[in-house]
Design a binder for this molecule. Structure first.
Ligand code: UGA
Length: 435
């Protein structure tokens, strides 16, 4: 089985490397020549634990190659995965499908023999139909089937998620394509990961519905956290108490500063647009989007309260900038909104993140970046944990207290306990747990 993956970004690269590791021959394609040259030399353009070894091993063993030559990669392939970006379109929040449609035209021109064309990019309902139409229009004699196969991996745990998925969803029309997709995923299938075959449109909707549901679950517990603060309850106990009900489930019930990243904000917005276009609004998701946007910024109020009501002229040390740990991704990170809001109120921001500072520097103004937690804590009025990197889970509070101007910790990820911090002489502020 020869698989070509068009687009060597997050999803394309992880999928390509994992398919190669299953024993398939994989060609990863990207039009960015620099990226492809780097990949050939083993330079991975993103931070993802384990990906460099996986790419190197499969390259060394000859199953994984990189090229900018899309036509020859498509010609050789039995299966072509489209894994290009679908960013939010400026202005209206719809998913921008121009990359998907551009590569569909290029793929069409090079198809040789029966080929399964699979959309792995997150695409709105109906995109598969349009890809099919474009290919047929560009190359009327081509023999192909268009399949939807959304990806559910999480950044930071991508390889494990890809290799041990809760399920594989395949939206397919023809029997021939179904057989090919069964072959592609045979190693996982043997590993007992269920494969759900469904229609293309259902498969496309499953991806958006799954992300929207998870975003809603997080937003639900975030509101319960606010309510817990107001009534003197502990959101972590509430989350455990409801999560033990199998119908609810315990995952994605960690209260925090709001969800970010390259998927939830963009996909919830795109689903809202699709729903509006089809006169079938998804009001729960509309509300989820607006609550989450407000929440990110309003976290600055917690910091304000922690330093006595006014941050003007105060030094605030921010620990963690990426939207979650184990990634260098800053897209829609809560840190961006929190820092901006604090700066608007006159605070001086010092920040440290293990992997995200390079991209943070491109997105943030007037932030002084440090080399570790202790450097930025020097003379600070408050230390704020925004992202729960493991490196921040065992901080030396005796040392921090001696460095800081005032020992105040705002823990937006609830990774510490009040008793512990108060024993060290800190004032402790967190999310949804009683004062
Ligand atoms: C998410 C989904 O979890 C994946 O299944 C999906 O494949 C992916 O989007 C995608 O569509 O490509 P990801 O964005 O990598 O994955 O990150 P998550 O681990 O889901 O976290 C998203 C955000 O929610 C983060 O900001 C995180 O801090 C926040 N979160 C998550 C919470 O605030 N509380 C939780 O309990 C869980």
């Amino acid at each position: 089985m020869i698989i070509s993956v068009i687009g060597s970004g997050y999803v394309g690269l992880v999928s390509g490397a994992c398919f190669a590791d299953f024993g398939h021959e994989v060609i990863c394609v990207d039009k960015a020549a620099e990226k492809i040259e780097g990949l050939k030399r083993g330079q991975i353009p993103i931070f993802e634990p384990g990906l460099d070894e996986l790419v190197k091993r499969n390259c060394d063993e000859g199953r994984l190659t990189f090229t900018t030559d899309l036509p020859s990669a498509v010609q050789k392939a039995d299966v072509v995965f489209i894994a290009v970006g679908t960013p939010s379109r400026r202005g209206d929040g719809h998913a921008d499908l121009s990359f998907v449609y551009d590569v569909s035209r290029e793929i069409a021109a090079s198809l040789d023999g029966f080929t399964v064309v699979v959309t792995k990019s997150t695409v709105p309902v109906g995109t598969g139909d349009e890809v099919e139409r474009i290919i047929r229009e560009t190359n009327p004699s081509a023999e192909f089937d268009v399949v939807s196969n959304p990806e559910f991996l999480r950044e930071g745990a991508a390889i494990d998620d890809f290799k041990r998925p809760d399920r594989i969803v395949v939206g397919v029309t023809g029997e021939r394509a179904r057989e090919v997709m069964t072959e592609v995923y045979r190693p996982l299938y043997l590993n007992q990961s269920p494969i759900l075959f469904t229609s293309r449109r259902s498969s496309e909707l499953i991806k958006y519905a799954a992300n929207a549901f998870l975003a809603m679950k997080i937003t639900f517990i975030n509101e319960i956290a606010d309510l817990s603060e107001a009534v003197g309850a502990d959101v972590q106990d509430v989350a455990r108490g409801i999560g033990l009900d199998n119908r609810i489930g315990s995952k994605f019930l960690h209260a925090g500063p709001g969800y970010g990243g390259s998927c939830f904000p963009k996909d919830t917005l795109a689903l809202v647009k699709t729903a509006q276009d089809n006169s079938s609004p998804v009001r729960l998701i509309e509300t989820t989007c607006s609550i989450n946007d407000q929440r990110k910024r309003s976290m600055s109020r917690k910091v304000q309260e922690a330093v006595g009501g006014n941050v003007r002229g105060k030094k605030i040390a921010i620990l963690g900038l990426t939207f979650k740990p184990n990634t260098d991704d800053m897209r829609d990170s809560p840190a961006l909104s929190i820092v901006q809001a604090l700066q608007d109120k006159g605070a001086a921001i010092h920040a440290y993140d293990p992997e995200g500072m390079e991209s943070a520097a491109e997105l943030m103004n007037n932030v002084t970046f440090g080399t570790d937690a202790y450097e930025i804590a020097q003379d600070a009025d408050a230390l704020v944990i925004v992202t729960e990197w493991n490196a921040f889970r065992a901080l030396d509070f005796t040392r921090l207290k001696s460095l800081m101007k005032t020992p105040v910790l705002v823990d937006l990820r609830n990774i510490y306990g009040r008793d512990e911090l108060e024993r060290h002489g800190f004032s402790y502020f967190c999310v949804g747990r009683p004062a």
